[in-house]
Design a protein around this ligand. Structure first.
Ligand code: FAD
Length: 317
């Protein structure tokens, strides 16, 4: 079922999960191990992130450097198919522009359509570590909006092969990303919202946000979206803090602020267990307040830490 149908048919606030494919060499059981503790609470859908290959330089004889591509995690198509098959829950693969030509993207979409997976979250992807800014593949997409247009085209039966006879339209429901604290490259939030609206006008049907810890930032973002006539559902992304180090890494990696009160509470903790408790309590309060604000669904980033998310959904749903 499409995510938009989940949202429109819901009689209560829903919750969804986001999981990370395991490092290569691990099997599908590691995915099941992260979903199993949460399944009894009834997630409505499960997103699977995509991680593109990175390039590293290895020193070879006589000081030569060899550029090597390393892909650390498996792709999303097989994982999504396994989730749907095992749990009978909708899985949402993340599809990114980075590292893909339009043709490779179309092939992945054909595979998803073949498997009956009819939801996708479309993203640009970050620049890889060796790039100062995002560089699309030759014959690839530069922005998420270009990807949205490709999927909308497929939904109309427009494939890259012009000679394809009786092309069957796909039926993907399209989600895109939004940033309550603006995307790190955007000069300001208003400019970022202009491009968010472009993604919606191109055919995206709902928004999932970057994680945040200050609900006021999300509420202001939603109000600004509505002022800009972005009317689609906006699903907040929440991640319980699970280690002290995250008060440094999360702002750096996700370009977000952390409320002073939360940082102070974490700094006072004497063990990881105490940090986890603070993180869970904060996420519970955030979730309850967001439900009161009227969100249709809460999206929990598990990032391999499903036990903290379990405590949150147990208390909230
Ligand atoms: P875009 O919407 O293309 O925007 C990128 C930047 O360009 C923004 O600053 C925007 O304002 C600007 N912009 C957009 N369109 C235009 C235009 N036409 N002209 C000029 N400027 C423009 N990354 C992964 O690699 N894998 C994942 O699985 C993944 N999942 C994510 C899930 C969520 C919910 C979120 C919030 C992010 C996720 N990301 C993932 C990270 C995401 O790929 C990065 O944040 C990336 O830098 C931007 O992606 P986007 O789709 O928001 O890009």
């Amino acid at each position: 079922m499409k995510i938009t149908e989940h949202l429109s048919k819901a009689k209560k606030v829903l919750f969804s999960l986001e999981i990370l494919p395991p490092l290569k060499g691990n099997g599908i059981q590691s995915i099941y191990d992260s979903i199993d503790p949460l399944i009894a609470f009834g997630p409505s859908f499960i997103n699977v992130t995509y991680h593109r290959e990175e390039f590293v330089y290895k020193k070879r004889e006589k000081g030569y450097l060899e550029k090597i591509a390393i892909k650390k995690r498996p792709g999303t198509v097989g994982i999504c198919a396994a989730i749907v098959n095992k749990y009978k829950i909708d899985a949402v693969p993340h599809i990114i522009c980075g590292g893909f030509t339009k043709e490779e993207t179309e092939n992945a979409l054909i595979d998803l359509n073949f498997l009956g997976i009819d939801n996708v979250l479309l993203l640009r992807g970050d620049p890889i570590k060796t790039e100062a800014s995002f560089i699309p593949e030759e014959e690839g997409h530069h922005y998420a909006v270009d990807l949205v247009r490709q999927v909308v085209g497929l939904n109309q039966g427009i494939y890259m092969d012009e000679d394809l006879q009786n092309a069957q339209p796909t039926n993907f429901c399209i989600g895109v990303a939004g940033y309550p604290e603006k995307h790190f490259e955007a000069p300001n939030l208003k400019n970022d919202l202009k491009y968010l609206k472009q993604k919606i006008d191109a055919g995206a049907e709902y928004i999932v946000t970057q994680l945040f810890y200050d609900n006021q930032k999300f509420k202001t973002f939603v109000n600004l979206c509505r002022e800009e006539e972005i009317t689609v559902p906006i699903i907040p992304g929440i991640k319980p803090i699970s280690s002290k180090n995250q008060i440094l890494t999360l702002p750096k990696n996700f370009h977000i602020d952390m409320p002073h009160e939360l940082v102070e509470a974490i700094e006072k903790c004497k063990s990881d267990e105490e940090v986890k408790k603070v993180g869970i309590d904060w996420a519970i309060q955030q979730s309850k307040d967001l439900i009161e604000f009227g969100v249709p669904c809460i999206h929990y980033y598990t990032m391999g830490k499903s036990l903290s998310v379990r405590e949150v959904v147990k208390a909230v749903f």
